[in-house]
Design a protein around this ligand. Structure first.
Ligand SMILES: NC(=O)c1ccc[n+]([C@@H]2O[C@H](COP(=O)([O-])OP(=O)(O)OC[C@H]3O[C@@H](n4cnc5c(N)ncnc54)[C@H](O)[C@@H]3O)[C@@H](O)[C@H]2O)c1
Length: 255
């Protein structure tokens, strides 16, 4: 494993109880960072924390629904007062939605997708950025998706929320470009996580087939492969890239 030196760094990882967030947290811990896992699932947070504690690094957990600003703001204040600073934010909390055409797309599902996948990222950035600006240093990584670049059929809420994450990332990259705070996003194709496996149960087979067929490497990615890219993006070695969307699609992306 290539290890970036994250000793002394404090990282917040939303959605850290599962999937990509969990693997990112593990990788950051292994690189020497202290990590605060934020998730709305108390049960999964407990399980994640006890499995990560085996690494004997500093780990903190916060039960947070990223779509509720007060919870986000309070969690950020608790992490800052416990650790003294916040250097890294990985926005991985997210939900997949129903698979339906726009004319039949449930209104409440649209609202929830936008609230968690897009507004949640904005809330976490808004609440955590002041702590980074205070120290003139920060690394933010937002989880977007290939669907945000291309628009996946039957997934208007999910695709639109992920397109919003790309635009938000580009905006923040420019706003903070001279402050020492770097903001980037990742646009993965299919990654083998609990979200992906749950989607397999609900997604029309033809749609899943077509999404897999678009990946030239002819396989889905692993959450560890996403964590590896995150580890570089949150390190000091990532110094001249901001407001960018990094591809992680086995060759699917054409731009
Ligand atoms: N798995 C994929 O194929 C894939 C592809 C592209 C992008 N992504 C994105 O990557 C991110 C992580 O996805 P994953 O596959 O690891 O999903 P996952 O379902 O495996 O994990 C997501 C975590 O987010 C948490 N979460 C959900 N809603 C929350 C909320 N309101 N507040 C706090 N926590 C909440 C869940 O409890 C869970 O622990 C998501 O943003 C997802 O959209 C995933």
């Amino acid at each position: 494993m290539n290890v970036y030196d994250l000793r002394g760094r404090v990282a917040v990882v939303t959605g850290g109880a599962n999937g990509i967030g969990f693997h990112a947290a593990k990788r950051l811990l292994e690189s020497g960072a202290s990590v605060s896992l934020w998730d709305h699932s108390t049960e999964r947070l407990g399980e994640a924390a006890s499995s990560l504690r085996a690494t004997e690094r500093t780990i903190d957990v916060q039960v947070v629904d990223v779509s509720v600003y007060e919870q986000v703001e309070e969690a950020a204040a608790r992490v800052s007062s416990a650790f003294g600073h916040i250097d890294i934010l990985v926005n991985s909390a997210g939900i997949s939605g129903p698979f339906a055409r726009c004319d039949e797309y449930p209104l409440d599902a649209w609202d929830r997708q936008l609230a968690v996948n897009l507004t949640g990222v904005f809330y976490c950035c808004r609440a955590v950025l002041p702590y980074m600006l205070r120290n003139g240093y920060g690394r933010v990584v937002n989880l977007s998706s290939m669907s945000g670049k291309e628009g996946n059929p039957m997934s208007s809420g999910y695709s639109a929320s992920k397109a919003g994450v790309i635009a938000l990332t580009k905006t923040l990259g420019k706003e903070y470009a001279t402050t020492g705070v770097i903001v980037n996003c990742i646009t993965p194709a299919l990654i083998d996580t609990p979200m992906h496996r749950a989607s397999l149960q609900r997604m029309p087979e033809a749609l899943m087939h077509s999404l897999k067929a678009k990946i030239p490497m002819n396989r889905v990615g692993t959450p560890d492969e996403v964590a590896k890219m995150i580890a570089w993006l949150v390190s000091e070695d990532c110094s001249f890239s901001t407001g960018a969307a990094f591809d992680l699609s086995g060759g699917r992306a054409t731009y």
